[in-house]
Design a protein around this ligand. Structure first.
Ligand code: NAD
Ligand code: DAU
Length: 363
């Protein structure tokens, strides 16, 4: 294969983080993107509306488990990198049924790795040396921390506790093995909880915003004292760009914003911002809508990321604080009611009825 390679392949680029990544990439670079996404319930072309007529964005609907499709796409577009966002991503859904998580997160990643391996083997220098496979993963693979334990470093033991995190852990191991055994030039990022625009309202922050504005209960699992470490999605995207550019082959990089907060305090912050930016007509606070509901089975108590390696080696730091990022996020949801309405399809209503039906927080 000869010729200058100037193109990346993104998988799962119609989902929350993938779409933000594609939008930010095209805003900052002329390099085209092929975007392969199955368009599950979580994938939404509306996230990509601003680049739908951009010739640098080629959208392909398809599955990362479809070897023939992947093979054809790599031969046709000859990307210099693959960035794998495609996954089933919601812990609660993995508890209701894990099969899609096994197929996409494990089998799909395996097939993508295999196709990438043959593609990479057929490349010639200098393209071969420049090729990268970046796997986007999560802090949940490390399990749960006690309150005083130090934050997760890259060499923390893998102790996944949910079907979702177990499937992501399996995919991380496959990526590692394809590097170690087959020499595939891989990079892995393990990031903490993201929030920001286009976040599907099955996840904590967008669910709370959407339910608050709809006058519905705000369902906090258990005592609400579980801790997550929040990062604005565009900071995650900048970290991935930086790792792609300068990460050391075969390494993993933890990505986080040093923003640990208990769930209940997140919900209070969201309510207080809504009280300020879109107050209830009756003058009451949105906090009055908070309801404690049955806890998530196997609920991890605390995640926290030690992000010193990516800062030290690659000079990456988040641009947003939690205060600036959450304000932008709430403002985005207030400014985009059509997007919210468009993602609340029949399947979304079925999900909230299944998960929250008995609590009053469902549709
Ligand atoms: P998401 O659920 O919003 O989006 C996933 C996307 O993948 C959707 O567009 C979906 O259609 C697509 N997809 C699903 N199965 C597919 C398949 N078989 N083939 C092709 N496309 C498929 O998820 P997200 O929150 O954007 O997460 C993206 C990635 O980042 C995931 O790998 C997730 O594990 C990881 N991650 C997420 C977070 C977070 O806080 N959301 C944090 C760390 C890591
Ligand atoms: O840590 C990174 C992970 O963050 C990603 O790998 C996952 O893809 C992503 O979904 C997210 O997982 P969480 O389970 O942490 O996110 P979620 O938004 O589902 O829940 C955040 C916390 O809020 C968690 O402790 C459960 C709680 N929660 C969630 C929902 C949906 C509630 O209390 N009530 C709710 O209705």
């Amino acid at each position: 294969m000869l010729g200058h390679i100037f193109m990346i392949l993104v998988t799962g680029g119609a989902g929350f983080i993938g779409a933000n990544f594609v939008l930010d990439w095209l805003a900052g670079s002329d390099e085209p993107v092929v975007n392969l996404d199955k368009l599950t319930y979580a994938g939404n072309l509306g996230n990509l509306a601003s680049v739908q007529d951009d010739p640098r964005h080629v959208f392909v609907q398809g599955d990362i488990g479809d070897t023939a499709l992947l093979d054809g796409l790599l031969k046709q577009h000859r990307p210099r990198a693959i960035v794998n966002f495609a996954a089933e991503s919601h812990v609660d859904r993995s508890i209701h049924g894990a099969e899609d998580f096994i197929f996409t997160n494990i089998v799909g990643t395996f097939r993508l790795l295999e196709v990438a391996r043959s593609y990479h083997a057929a490349l010639i220098e200098p393209e071969k040396a420049a090729f990268r496979f970046l796997h986007v993963s999560t802090d949940e693979v490390y399990g749960s921390l006690t309150p005083q334990a130090p934050a997760f470093k890259e060499d923390h033991v893998y102790e996944p506790n949910s079907p979702y995190s177990a499937s992501k852990a399996a995919s991380d191991h496959l990526v590692r093995a394809w590097h170690h055994t087959h020499g595939l030039p891989v990079l892995t990022t393990n990031c903490s909880n993201n929030y920001g625009p286009y976040h599907f309202p099955e996840k904590l922050i967008p669910l709370m915003i959407v339910n608050a504005l709809a006058g519905k209960p705000l369902p906090v699992y258990g005592d609400g004292q579980q801790v997550r470490d929040w990062l604005y999605v565009k900071d995650h995207c900048s970290a991935i760009r930086r790792v792609l550019e300068a990460g050391r082959l075969g390494e993993t990089y933890n990505v986080g914003g040093w923003n640990e907060k208990a769930n209940l305090s997140i919900v209070h912050i969201v309510c207080d911002l809504l009280d300020e930016l879109s107050p209830r007509r009756d003058g009451e606070s949105y906090r009055t809508q908070i309801t404690h509901v049955t806890d998530r089975p196997g609920h991890d108590r605390r995640y926290a990321i030690d992000a010193r390696k990516i800062e030290r080696e690659l000079g990456w730091k988040p641009a947003e604080t939690f205060e600036t990022g959450i304000r932008k996020t709430v403002q985005w949801y207030l400014a985009n009611p059509e997007w919210v309405q468009s993602v609340q399809s029949g399947s979304y209503r079925d999900w909230v009825a299944t998960q929250y039906g008995s609590t009053g927080a469902g549709a």
